[in-house]
Design a protein around this ligand. Structure first.
Ligand code: DGL
Length: 268
């Protein structure tokens, strides 16, 4: 029996990760959970992010998944060791794949990282990169306004460009040759970010990096059938569905709302 891959994010942003996995693994069944009731995770404290991440993981483990993908960079940065205590199945966050890709891409080992406040505060990318290349220089900067811009569909708007110029001026004079898009939403602003940083800087999309990484962990249990897609959210299905169809360029067929507080707190 084919078991699904579980993916969770704080909301819609993780659909960039879902899309990469769907494109690369067409026969896999995917179950996605977006915690739309409690997004954003970026400005929240590590304890809260860990607590929410444990609840999200528990919900997906109930769906009999074979691998858990933590699509949210902020959760990946702080919660993975706690999630690992819940299960024996592989748990894959986006930090390691993104860091690995950055190390492969960088020639001068001067690497920029952008993400939410929580991800940047955790130093998770810096740690992962310098574990691979101790002499690497990693420059990190939070870009919180990129999240609502992507959700509004304003990723190529003049406002997005102005904001990107402000944030990314942090990297002036730092001579980076690689910039990690360390947040689920940032791949949606890829073109704007590339325009601002210029062609000499290679962008690393952690949503894309995870698919290559996942191949190492995926058990061979394909039945040759096209994979199924089920989406769960904790609130506001309509808004999720609207943004999702913009990101995925198709309508979601199965989308359900989970009663977060009633069911999850009972079995804790
Ligand atoms: N999913 C989050 C991340 O990748 C971005 C949105 C949020 O702040 O919750 O860090």
């Amino acid at each position: 029996m084919k078991k699904p891959i579980g993916i969770f994010d704080s909301g819609v942003g993780g659909l960039t990760v879902y899309k990469s996995i769907r494109d690369n693994f067409p026969e896999e069944d995917l179950v996605y959970f977006g915690d739309t009731a409690r997004v954003p995770y970026g400005p929240k404290s590590p304890n809260t992010i860990i607590e929410y991440s444990i609840q999200n993981a528990r919900f997906l483990l109930q769906q009999n998944i074979k691998v858990l993908i933590v699509a949210c960079n902020t959760s990946s940065a702080v919660a993975i060791p706690y999630l690992q205590k819940l299960t024996d199945i592989p748990i894959i966050g986006v930090i390691e794949p993104g860091a690995e890709q950055a190390v492969i891409s960088s020639k001068n080992h001067r690497i920029g990282v952008i993400g939410t406040e929580g991800t940047i505060r955790s130093n998770a990318y810096t740690k992962a990169i310098t574990e691979m290349i101790p002499k690497a220089k990693v420059y990190s900067h939070p870009c919180p306004l990129f999240v609502p811009l992507a959700e509004e569909g304003w990723h190529e708007h003049a406002v997005a460009f102005d904001i990107a110029e402000q944030y990314l001026s942090f990297f002036h004079g730092k001579d980076i040759d690689t910039l990690v898009l360390g947040c689920t939403h940032y791949p949606l602003l890829k073109e704007t970010i590339q325009k601002v940083v210029g062609d000499k800087v290679q962008l690393v999309d952690s949503a894309e990096a995870i698919s290559d990484y996942l191949k190492r962990f995926l058990p061979e249990d394909s039945d040759g059938q096209p994979g199924t897609n089920v989406f769960y959210v904790s609130d506001n299905e309509e808004k999720f569905s609207e943004i999702a169809s913009r990101i995925l360029l198709q309508e979601l067929t199965i989308l359900k709302r989970v009663k977060l507080f009633e069911s999850w707190f009972i079995d804790r």
